[in-house]
Design a protein around this ligand. Structure first.
Ligand SMILES: O=C(O)C(=O)C[C@]1(C(=O)O)C=C[C@@H](O)C=C1
Length: 102
């Protein structure tokens, strides 16, 4: 087997593993959004604000430390969290509007 053929085989193996990790990420995100939807319902029912900056600051601090331990760029980890949390807040606001309109 030539070196190029071996490299292509290795590329396919790596891509198979990347596909597995991507599938796990989608499943984990789906579970997280199921949980945050329940939080959104709870907040709407009790007129609590969609966003909780104190909680977010704690989450960022915790994730940055975990990222460092795992040799992941902490800046990337906090941007990734912010991206998800922004979407959660939008969904919380939508739930609250729907409950107000109902
Ligand atoms: O914990 C909450 O209060 C949530 O609404 C969940 C969540 C999150 O996605 O983790 C989203 C918005 C808040 O600003 C903080 C955290």
């Amino acid at each position: 087997m030539s070196e190029d053929t071996k490299a292509i085989a290795e590329l396919h193996r790596l891509r198979d593993s990347i596909d597995n990790v991507d599938a796990a990420l989608v499943h984990i995100l789906a579970e997280r959004f199921k949980l945050t939807e329940r939080v959104g319902e709870l907040k709407a029912a009790h007129a609590l604000p969609a966003a909780d900056p104190q909680r977010e600051a704690e989450q960022v601090e915790r994730l940055r430390a975990l990222a460092l331990e795992s040799h992941l760029d902490p800046e990337f980890a906090s941007k990734f969290l912010a991206f998800i949390v922004d979407e959660v807040i939008r969904r919380h606001e939508r739930i609250a509007e729907e409950r107000r309109g109902a």
